[in-house]
Design a protein. Structure first.
Lengths: 442, 286, 318
């Protein structure tokens, strides 16, 4: 539902969430690499030794995918691979398009699926169980998981499979922290927290910044739940759904408190009006914004705007505790694929350290699953100070809740948050109506 | 009442002049307000990212740069999309005009039983909103394997009921005696249609060409439903996938919008007279 | 928008075929063959892409279907659901408000502008105004909608800036249920006024000069001329513009979908066609969506007929 997958979400929500964020997040969350292929189109042949990969997204991600494939080709010259983006509005629509294409004879071999889409794909019976492959290549797989945070593997089997089988190899992931413009903080004479801060500290800092520099503290939004909503809920011990994704918890007192806090920020003029259109990194560069939330993907914007040196990443402020959503890519093999062995070869290669390092180097939009890479120099090169905060967040993070009807759930949640923070309804009332909708869905 | 009275009613010259000035000022203001967003669009798209979108809005690009346009293809396959749009528009326009001209000829010049009834049935399709037929057509396209292909757009566009109607009305205004004369000289239907009626209907055809092309070029609903891969998209859907820019910033989005808008405006300025005439004629006649 | 004109056309009476022809039977038969050949492409396409789908849509509205698994017969289930679907009512209400507002603003604005431009003596200015009015209409909705999201940005947009400078607190356009629809109406006006304006201007120019002159020499002042001569003579044009604007507005989709993809705050910008799109292509309820589309068809037809009926009373020459 909310999140990571995001793509769907953001797009629908419109304003704030930038579609870019979403795609990035997907890419991030979802894809290791993300990118696509030019492939022309539609008709890429799916037989023979060419592997077809599809992903939810558009042409922006193509370059990254192409680079990744280039590296793969060097290791496995016999297997050709091409990727194709499908610009669906959400994972349900994406799954539907993929099913349609399979029915029409265009069978992809691999899909890059964000957390939001994983359960949906697995339960539609489109995916091949990977257990026998994993058994066969135990060593490679174990080496990979030994280097990764154990939670990723646990979550993948807990949340992404409707039965006992394994359908996905988890790839890179994303969490959320705050990107801060140190110049704005310096100018206002406010210290950045060296070791965590509370909501209150955060708001006080915002008031001071507003007074001294006129800059906004944070762009409060609603259309991109992974960044706009979940961090607030999770850092107050709340969430949209319970741990099993079976019961709505969006109207819990802690959730209402979170919405009220954000509304307070908006009311105090510490945020531009929610739903704005202008891109956040540029506004930060101009000194109009002190902070914004994000995972790994904004680092690319920060680089483009050449402000790496003036940006620092700090953990999200805490309400009742630390919290961050986590979304990750899953890599399945399609049941209908004619090239399952080659597809597995690709997945195996993705698990290798080389592939992981390479992806970090070419500007991937997520955090590599391998800890050794996530804390390594390649990942931190030309990145803001505090980048390690993102990887640390996985230790206290919570998988973004995404039931099968994630698209509808997303609409309910973003809608309620919009109403809550813009004052259309009281936060309590807004979240209660979302609660009714969510309860009807799960 | 004599001339003096008339003049009194219309007011003295002086008053009329003042009125003209006031009128001119008001209309000038209206015109400026209308184009202000477009001027702003173009100006910002040519401004360096770091200085763009300053307030108060700046109406000239400074510092000037074309980098934003260079960044567009990195976001969406712009050239490809433009080509797709062009292809769909040209095929739909050309094809539908050909089909319509022939049908209009049959409805105007050929006699067969049930002609008027058939014409009525066809024309009543104008009452059927596209949204109603789109789901069955989608299913049909899926069966044909044409979803996410440009053919899904231009194929249904080949039938243009309005053009059939409009052209038949126009053909009906051309005297039948001309056909008779031609027929006596041994001309067949094809000759009469393409050598005689079509050239005589040039203004009507021009109007239809312009309208059909414009409609296809700007269409959003059908491409949104039928196309899903960026390389197959037409410009309007491709543009919307930019929303907030997915990898570039707002200036790049502005550059993309500008690149879509400015050529169209330029074409419009060149053909303004025909364009406006076609709208007016479709409106009045039709 | 191009669809409606048909209805208004007081076209020349169709010359009866065969009336003049000395028409031997042979020629008649040949003409039948020719008719077949000339019509078949159009008829084939008509059946495949309009008539057939129309029938299928009607049939589908009695089924429930997710477009993947086989359809299930649902009787009148879709229709009974429809009558108790609060969101559909909301969408209908929004659509009617939008359409009415659109008709009123476009007719009034278009007529006023046409009258004004028609009186303007300065050629250059007149050219500029006409081009400026028509410019936005040439641009695709996609571009227009994106552009206006920036123009109306509540914090960094230029409208917010100027309102602020004028001492007016800028509304939070697309977050405020009472402003979202009016904002869209405004954008639609900007985009489409050129069309109405051109039609009005053309209609104005068809008013015979002599009539106006005659009225003037009878001592009528400008206002009287306008009300008693110009407007009545223009009534067919006004009527045509009303029908076309209404039909176009009732099917509004592009700008609302692009600007407020969720239906806006409190569903305040959800329109019928948008709802249909959501049902059909996002939640894959093809049967229900077809039922809604049938409703759109019926409403459009009813309103058009009503307009024609009412028009008989006041349209000149009808």
């Amino acid at each position: 539902m909310e999140t990571a997958g995001t793509a769907g979400t953001a797009v629908r929500g419109g304003h704030t969430a930038t579609r870019r964020q979403v795609l990035r997040a997907m890419g991030a969350a979802a894809a290791v690499p993300a990118a696509t292929a030019l492939t022309g189109c539609g008709g890429s042949p799916s037989s023979g030794s060419t592997l077809n990969l599809v992903y939810l997204g558009d042409a922006t991600q193509q370059k990254t995918f192409d680079k990744l494939f280039g590296a793969f080709a060097r290791a496995h010259p016999k297997i050709k691979i091409s990727a194709r983006g499908i610009a669906s509005k959400n994972w349900a629509e994406f799954a539907n398009t993929v099913s349609t294409q399979i029915a029409g004879g265009k069978v992809p071999d691999i899909i890059s699926v964000a957390t939001e889409g994983q359960r949906l794909f697995a339960s539609k019976g489109l995916l091949e169980p990977l257990d026998s492959y994993i058994e066969k290549d135990r060593e490679t797989v174990d080496a990979y998981f030994d280097d990764a945070d154990p939670r990723l593997r646990k979550w993948t089997s807990e949340y992404s499979s409707p039965d006992d089988k394994t359908y996905f190899i988890p790839g890179g992931y994303n969490t959320v922290a705050l990107y801060c413009n140190t110049e704005v903080f310096d100018k206002a004479g406010v210290d950045l927290p060296s070791d965590g801060w509370t909501w209150d500290d955060f708001k006080q800092a915002g008031l001071r910044i507003k007074k001294k520099t006129g800059a906004f503290l944070l762009p409060a939004g609603y259309s991109f739940p992974f960044v706009d909503i979940m961090p607030w809920l999770l850092s107050n011990g709340a969430s949209t759904l319970d741990a099993d994704w079976k019961k709505s918890t969006i109207a819990s007192p802690a959730a209402v408190e979170a919405a009220e806090f954000v509304k307070g920020l908006v009311d105090a003029g510490l945020s531009p009006k929610p739903g704005g259109t202008f891109d956040v990194p540029t506004q930060m560069d101009k000194g109009n914004l002190a902070t914004f939330g994000g995972g790994r993907w904004p680092t690319l914007d920060v680089r483009r705007l050449r402000m790496v040196d003036k940006v620092r990443i700090v953990p999200w402020p805490t309400g009742s505790g630390r919290g961050s959503p986590v979304g990750w890519d899953g890599w399945p093999i399609l049941k209908a694929s004619q090239n399952k062995d080659a597809a597995w070869t690709f997945l195996k290669w993705l698990m290798s350290k080389d592939a992981s390092v390479f992806f970090a180097e070419i500007g991937g939009t997520n955090i590599p699953a391998r800890n050794s890479v996530a804390t390594g120099p390649e990942f931190r090169k030309n990145a803001p100070k505090g980048t390690e905060v993102l990887a640390e967040a996985v230790t206290y993070g919570t998988p973004i809740p995404c039931p099968r009807q994630s698209a509808e759930a997303d609409v309910a949640v973003t809608r309620a948050w919009q109403e809550a923070i813009t004052g259309t309804k009281s936060p309590r009332e807004a979240l209660r109506s979302a609660d009714r909708k969510l309860s009807g869905l799960v | 009442m004599g001339a003096r009275a008339v003049r009194a009613v219309r007011g003295p010259v002086r008053v009329r002049q003042i009125r003209q000035v006031l009128l001119a000022l008001v209309l000038l203001a209206v015109g400026l307000v209308m184009i202000a967003p477009l001027v702003w669009l173009v100006a910002e798209s040519l401004t360096e990212e770091k200085s763009a979108f300053s307030l108060p809005p700046s109406w000239t690009p400074s510092p000037f740069t074309v980098d934003n346009f260079r960044a567009v293809p990195g976001l969406i396959p712009f050239g490809r999309m433009a080509l797709n749009s062009l292809l769909v528009a040209v095929v739909s326009t050309g094809g539908s005009l050909l089909v319509s001209v022939m049908a209009a000829y049959a409805f105007s010049r050929l006699s067969f039983r049930g002609r008027e009834t058939l014409f009525l049935i066809v024309v009543s399709a104008l009452m059927v909103p596209v949204q109603m037929t789109v789901i069955p057509v989608f299913v049909l396209m899926r069966t044909l394997g044409l979803v996410d292909h440009l053919a899904a757009l231009w194929l249904p566009a080949l039938i243009n009921v309005f053009a059939i109607f409009f052209l038949r009305q126009y053909f009906n205004t051309i005297p039948r005696e001309l056909d008779e004369a031609a027929r006596i000289d041994g001309a067949g239907h094809l000759w009469i249609l393409f050598r005689m009626l079509v050239p005589l209907s040039a203004p009507a055809l021009a109007a239809m060409t312009i309208l059909t092309f414009e409609l296809s070029w700007n269409s959003y609903f059908a491409p949104l439903i039928f196309l899903s891969t960026p390389e197959h998209m037409t410009l309007p859907v491709g543009l919307v996938t930019l929303q907030n820019g997915q990898g570039g910033s707002s200036v790049v989005v502005f550059a993309a919008i500008t690149a879509v808008v400015v050529p169209v405006l330029a074409v419009f300025l060149v053909f303004q007279r025909n364009f406006v005439a076609s709208i007016a004629s479709a409106g009045l006649r039709g | 928008m191009t669809t409606a004109p048909v209805l208004t056309v007081p076209g020349p009476p169709a010359a009866g075929p065969g009336r003049a022809a000395p028409a031997a039977k042979r020629a008649d038969r040949r003409s039948r063959w020719a008719a077949c050949a000339f019509l078949s492409p159009a008829l084939l396409l008509f059946v495949v892409f309009i008539a057939g789908p129309f029938v299928v849509a009607v049939v589908l509205s009695f089924f429930s279907w997710d477009m993947l698994t086989p359809p299930r017969f649902n009787g009148v289930g879709n229709f009974t659901t429809m009558f108790t679907d609060p969101l559909l009512y909301k969408a209908l209400a929004n659509t009617f408000v939008f359409a009415l507002a659109s008709v009123v603003t476009h007719l009034a604005g278009g007529l006023l502008l046409a009258l004004a431009v028609n009186r303007l003596m300065n050629r250059v200015l007149s050219y500029f105004v006409r081009a400026a009015l028509f410019f936005p209409f040439v641009i695709s909705w996609a571009a227009v909608a994106l552009l206006w999201k920036y123009v109306l940005d509540p914090t960094f947009g230029m409208v917010a800036y100027y309102l602020d400078a004028a001492g007016i607190a800028p509304p939070d356009w697309f977050n405020d249920p009472s402003w979202a629809l009016p904002a869209i109406i405004g954008i639609d006006f900007w985009h489409t006024i050129g069309f109405t304006f051109v039609i009005m201007l053309a209609g104005l120019q068809t008013v015979p000069r002599e009539l106006v002159e005659a009225a003037r020499s009878d001592g009528a002042n400008s206002r009287q001329v306008l009300w008693h001569v110009t407007l009545p003579m223009m009534s067919p044009t006004v009527f045509f513009a009303a029908v076309v604007t209404f039909i176009g507005a009732f099917q509004i989709f592009d700008p609302v979908q692009i600007i407020t993809p969720n239906g806006g705050p409190d569903d305040s910008t959800l329109t019928v066609v948008m709802y249909l799109y959501q049902k059909g292509f996002q939640s894959f309820q093809a049967g229900y969506a077809s039922a809604v589309s049938l409703l759109v068809f019926v409403v459009m037809m009813a309103v058009t007929l009503l307009q024609f009926r009412g028009a008989r009373r006041w349209v000149h020459g009808r």
